[in-house]
Design a protein around this ligand. Sequence first.
Ligand code: NAD
Length: 475
Amino acid sequence: MQPGFAPHDNQAEKQRLAELFARQRSAYAADVYPSAAVRRDRLGRLRLALEKHQDALCRAISEDFGHRSLHESKLLEFFPSYAGIDHSRRHVGKWMKPEKRGVSIWFLPASNSVVPQPLGVVGIIVPWNYPLLLAVGPLTSALTAGNRAIIKMSEYTPRTGETLRLALAEFFSEDEVAVINGGVEVAQTFATYAWDHLLFTGSTSVGRQVMRAAADNLTPVTLELGGKSPVVVHRDYPIATAAERILHGKCLNAGQTCVAPDYVLLPRGQEETFIEAARQAVRQWYPDLAASPDYSAVINRRHLERLQGYLDDALSHGARVVPLGECDPASGKLAPTLVFNVSEAMRLMQDEIFGPILPILSVDSVDEAISYINARPRPLALYYFDHDNERIGSVLTRTHSGGAAINETVIHVGQDDLPFGGVGPSGMGHYHGRDGFDTMSKRKGVFAQSRLNGLPLMRPPYGPRIEALLKFMLR
Ligand code: NAD
């Protein structure tokens, strides 16, 4: 947290949480199946709250960060939030409809359907890197599915948390939607509540703790975690274009993006072309990096020191470090930096980088890149640059990742009709659009028997009739 904001009172927030949880529970019990019109109205109010407080929220995010590009906040937080809300408002009626399913011949003429039903009260834990989007996205899914929700904001973004609390309180009763702030101890308590669903976005290590806490109540969890998302470039792909697109994904929010390219597996011999193109792109986007309002700061001193520590550690292990600009550490910013001659002993190849540092590993083939990726924990995203459809298909089927983008980075997260979620240590479960609706609904399988049916033929006393039948059934 940047200085100059009185922290929230943890005891008071815990007290509010207890009261709000009880209130939302009883409000839900009084209206267990909100109509499509009610859900659209809630989504509409969410949009109004964001529109009305957009400027204040952008200011709060920037103050929490020390500096966050205003345009990045609008492009990467507000635009996808509005798009997600609009998409859900358009489709909620269709998603709520029971879905017909097949019936095996033995049970005809009965019918089967899946009936979606709200779960109840949903908990949402938010990280600091996109504090608005990662609160509003899960909230959109929760409201579309007919739930009520309480959001716990990160202790690193107290101004955004407070501004969002006030904005939502203006458009929602707190028994529909509420925001809790405060420190880690509030978040820890939050995870122990018996939510009907808990969606956590954050690091893999804290995700483990959240799942442990949720296990006591058997609370179902969606864990949106992090990891090291690789980029693979095929030798035939124009390296300068790849470099530009990779750097763009890395420079957004100064690399503090869960799906930011973490490292690149580059065809050996293309290093200098990559450096030149990366340098040009950064110079073009941010002519004066340190002063550029378009380049965001690192969230706080601790993280700036962590990132600087990665570079010092890499240098001490013999890396070649290529900064793509200059930033005075006092500005809170770190220049985009490429790192070559990388080895596994370096900390930047062990932890998720979560900042504007990009290690480049030279490889001799795509197969070598795939072996490297598959020998490591399954990442949240994978990026592949190639125009050959057969090779693209092969990379996609031979690797696991939460999501993937071909010839681009990061943008797949903004597609309303794609599921978003990790795999293995990068997370479990999905949300966004239809997948968010499904995650936050109980999808009840319903079998409806017909007046006339063959089931009595299968009842005791068992004799020749069932034996004749079983001959067919067990074939
Ligand atoms: P974090 O795990 O430190 O904190 C996330 C949230 O969890 C915060 O609100 C924090 O208060 C809370 N928290 C901390 N300890 C807790 C505990 N014991 N029990 C319950 N809650 C607790 O993560 P961060 O530093 O805020 O965010 C960065 C991480 O989040 C990175 O690893 C990044 O990749 C990941 N991330 C993932 C996604 C995604 O959608 N998959 C999106 C953004 C960030």
